[in-house]
Every structure is written in structure tokens, then in C-alpha cells.
Design a protein around this ligand. Structure first.
Ligand SMILES: C[S@@+](CC[C@H](N)C(=O)[O-])C[C@H]1O[C@@H](n2cnc3c(N)ncnc32)[C@H](O)[C@@H]1O
Length: 303
């Protein structure tokens, strides 16, 4: 799944970050430091450029979509689904009237084999593969709800979940900004984890109101989370990560996990050094493949 902000960030990428791409951990044989020489503005000598070029030609980088398929290989999904003729749109405007109607609350008894299990909600779940991977690993322990505003990919996710015979996952076509509260308030079990992972950044100031995480949604997450429950946020766009961080840092009942568990290591600016979920999202894989840093925070609600 490519996104337009991926393209704009790529355009802005400096020569140094283009080089990072070639140092990707996915490279079978990374270049040795001695084969390169950097000056302060990351100029690369022509012989180093030639070496890199040669290595690149010998071992072309895997496409990031192949890396995504690799990450979720365990799921063994079919990619020949008939989704009709309507193409999957890259973006929608969540403020348009067609997305202003709250999603219908499902019959939870019908949605999950056991609707009293602890619930994880992934806001803006995209293709849903990240959530399916988690659902497959914790049957009978946890239910998973993916909220996504693009209807076509919800249909594909539903079809995949059906193929996998998962009875602990539900995908809903929903504008999470307006539907989350009603949905989780009606859920019979406890809400234990909410994730907002690589949300669309909507860079222009006049479009910030299109961002999924608005104040009422933050309130609904915090109010409905059980004590000890967690909120996981991440983005490869620092501006977006800071926007989410500022909103959750303000909440008195939430503590960032490093305060509670010193084993969760952060960098000097308080971003988690690694992904605590044991699986990456698609956007995360694409971004890391481009050499981007992922900014993560994990909050826990006070007991
Ligand atoms: C950049 S993608 C990230 C998808 C996934 N979380 C990942 O990390 O790969 C952002 C997703 O959020 C969805 N989205 C945007 N606004 C939304 C909203 N108001 N409600 C639900 N989903 C939304 C988009 O359609 C898109 O699939």
C-alpha cells in the first residue's frame, strides 16, 4: 500500500537517507564501512558510489511490498480476491458527509465466539494483516476490532479473516473519529489496548482537522480503557508522532510505559527503541525500507 505522503517524503529525502536505504538490514551483504567515505554533508566518493551501484545491481533490494508479504507469510493469504471493479482509493476525506454517519453497533455475540474477552482496537487498520497476525496468535485470549474508513479494504480484510476461520476478529467500515466511542461503550468485555499506527498525516494546516486522532477520540479512548490498559501510537512522520504524543501526554491518567517499566528502552527524546508488538504494520515496513525512523509511544492507564 503506497501512500502519497510516502512520495512527498521521498522527494524530500536527502542523499544521506537515500544511502541509508542501501544500508537496509534487508540487504544480504551490507557494504563495509571501509568501502565508503562520508564528509559532513554526506558526500560519497565516486568510487564508493560505484561500489554501491555495483552491489545494488548484483543484489537488487527487495520491493517493500515483497517485504510486507514476507512479514505476514504465516497467514498464507490468497491475493486473488475478487473485489469487483472499483479500485481501492489511496485516501478519502473523513470530513465528507458520506463518512459522517456512525457505524452500526454490531451484535457482539455474532461478531466474536466469546464477546467477553479483552478487546484490542486498531484505529485505521489498513489492510488488517497486522491485526490478523495478532488474532491468529491469541485465539480464545483476546478479541480484535479493526476500524477502517476505506470500505474496499475492509471487504478484503473480512474475506481474509473468513478464509483464516478466525473467530476473534472483526473489521468494520467506520470513521473511527466518530464511531469509536459508541462501538467500544457497547462492547461487553474490557478494552485493553488501542493502537493508532501510522495515521494519515494530512500535512497542510487547514487539513489537520481530517486527522483521525481528534480530542473527543482521545477522550473516548481514555474513558473506555480499563485500568492497566494500554495505548500504542506510532508514526514515521515526526510531526504526526508529536501531534499524537502531545495529546496523550496531556492525559493525567496515562503514564508512558518507560516510567512504569524501565526495561522498555527509549531514546533520549522518549521514543521507544523497538516495536513492542512483535509484528510490524505495513506502513512501518514500507517506511523502514525507505530508511525512515519510526516514532513510538506506549501508554498505560493508571490502576
Ligand atoms: C497510512 S495508513 C496506515 C495503516 C496501518 N495502520 C499501517 O500502519 O500500515 C492509515 C489508514 O487509516 C485509515 N483512516 C484514515 N482516517 C480514518 C478514519 N477517520 N477512520 C478510520 N480509518 C481511517 C486510512 O484509510 C488508512 O488505511
Amino acid at each position: 500500500m503506497a501512500s502519497s505522503y510516502c512520495c512527498s517524503r521521498l522527494l524530500l529525502q536527502s542523499q544521506s537517507s537515500r544511502l541509508m536505504l542501501r544500508f537496509s538490514p534487508f540487504l544480504a551483504t551490507p557494504p563495509t564501512p571501509s568501502s565508503l567515505s562520508f564528509s559532513s554533508n554526506c558526500h560519497v566518493s565516486s568510487s564508493a558510489q560505484a561500489t554501491l551501484q555495483q552491489q545494488h545491481e548484483q543484489q537488487p533490494l527487495p520491493q517493500s511490498s515483497q517485504l510486507v508479504a514476507l512479514e505476514y507469510a504465516d497467514l498464507n493469504l490468497s491475493y486473488n480476491l475478487d473485489l469487483g471493479h472499483v479500485r481501492i482509493r489511496q485516501h478519502v476525506n473523513p470530513l465528507s458527509s458520506s463518512f459522517s454517519v456512525p457505524a452500526q453497533v454490531p451484535d457482539w455475540n455474532h461478531a466474536f465466539a466469546d464477546p467477553t474477552l479483552p478487546l484490542m482496537v486498531d484505529i485505521g487498520c489498513g489492510s488488517g494483516r497486522f491485526l490478523m497476525w495478532l488474532a491468529k496468535r491469541t485465539p480464545k485470549e483476546r478479541n480484535f476490532l479493526g476500524l477502517e474508513i476505506r470500505e474496499r479494504i475492509v471487504k478484503r480484510a473480512e474475506s481474509w479473516a473468513k478464509d483464516l476461520a478466525l473467530d476473534n476478529i472483526l473489521f468494520l467500515f467506520a470513521n473511527a473519529t466518530i464511531s469509536f466511542k459508541q462501538l467500544v461503550e457497547s462492547y461487553p468485555g474490557p478494552l485493553v489496548l488501542v493502537s493508532v499506527l501510522c495515521p494519515d498525516p494530512h500535512f497542510k494546516k487547514k487539513h489537520h482537522k481530517r486527522r483521525v486522532l481528534q480530542k473527543p477520540l482521545v477522550g473516548a479512548i481514555v474513558d473506555n480503557l480499563m485500568p492497566g490498559g494500554q495505548v500504542f501510537i506510532q508514526s514515521d512522520v515526526i510531526e504526526m508522532a508529536l501531534d499524537m504524543r502531545n495529546q496523550f501526554d496531556e492525559v493525567k491518567t496515562l503514564k508512558h510505559i518507560e516510567v512504569l517499566d524501565p526495561a522498555m528502552l527509549c531514546d533520549s527524546e522518549g521514543w521507544l527503541l523497538s516495536n513492542p508488538m512483535a509484528i510490524r504494520t505495513e506502513r512501518e515496513i514500507h517506511a523502514e525500507h525507505e530508511g525512515a525512523k519510526i516514532y513510538r509511544r506506549l501508554y498505560q492507564k493508571q490502576m
